[in-house]
Design a protein around this ligand. Structure first.
Ligand code: MF3
Ligand code: CO
Length: 252
């Protein structure tokens, strides 16, 4: 069942969204050569807790961090650790915060120092694919209208879409119905209704779409070792334009 949030519940989700977006921004600012992924995770954890919230990912199915930090060919779910970020790396940071009974979830991909033009384009296209997708995050469209718009845009640059992991409803649970794939034909899936809250999260690979999961049980990497980028926001379906809940001063 897709849970449609009341106005009061939406207010609570806005609060969670602001904290989550601020944690992402803080992490993004920390991305530079020499910083370890553990340091970023620690800062995300401490910020979320300082706001009276709980990191949504910590202990989720036994996940050991507050952020997922995925470098270069890591697609998602990179476990923070002693790895130091190097010049030229691209670093995806995914964060979630739980407060007042509701979760919010967002991610972004950041450059460490000077990165290749190709990597810059990958980051930009991944972010823009989200914005192409939410042109259809409106009352009356269907979930796969979002999926299709994301795919068509990202693939037009020769990039490929990860299939095994998808966006999702978000609310009282981190993962709710419906699934929001980043690929597919338009006109399928549930119809969008005001009050639905979706985590829309394109994962875009420079080379093959194929991925593998490492033996740590979490880290997802591209099969060909080429780079991957991730961008995600928590989005509210309204009677008009979609409202992005994971913003700081309107920025995301
Ligand atoms: N942000 C991820 C998602 O969108 C969740 C990370 S899994 C966790 O589904 F275990 F780290 F929580
Ligand atoms: Co998510």
């Amino acid at each position: 069942m897709i849970y449609v949030k009341s106005e009061h519940e939406i207010e609570l989700m806005r609060r969670a969204g602001k904290i989550t977006a601020a944690a992402r921004a803080l992490a993004g600012e920390m991305v530079r050569p020499g910083v370890s992924t553990r340091e970023i995770d620690r800062a995300v954890h401490d910020y979320i807790v300082s706001q009276g919230a709980v990191p949504s990912f910590l202990n989720y199915d036994g996940y050991p961090g507050s952020a997922c930090i995925s470098v270069n060919d890591e697609v998602i779910h990179g476990i923070p650790g002693k790895r130091k970020i190097r010049e030229g790396d691209i670093v995806s940071v995914d964060v979630g915060a739980y407060i007042g009974g509701f979760h919010s979830d967002c991610a972004g991909t950041y450059a460490a120092g000077e990165i290749s033009d190709e990597a810059k384009q990958l980051i930009q296209v991944t972010k823009q694919s989200f914005f192409e997708g939410i042109k259809f995050a409106k009352k009356g469209y269907r979930v796969s209208d979002i999926s299709h718009a994301i795919q068509v845009y990202a693939e037009s640059f020769g990039f490929s879409m990860v299939r095994e992991f998808v966006g999702h409803g978000v609310g009282a649970k981190l993962h709710e119905e419906p699934e929001v794939p980043n690929y597919g034909k338009p006109g399928h899936g549930p119809r969008l209704i005001p009050g639905m809250t979706l985590a829309i999260e394109p994962m875009v690979n420079m080379g093959t779409a194929k991925i593998r999961v490492l033996s740590d049980g979490w880290t997802v990497k591209t099969l060909d070792g080429k780079m991957s980028a991730h961008y995600e926001n928590t989005v509210l379906i309204t009677h008009g334009e979609p409202e992005i809940l994971t913003t700081v001063n309107g920025e995301c």
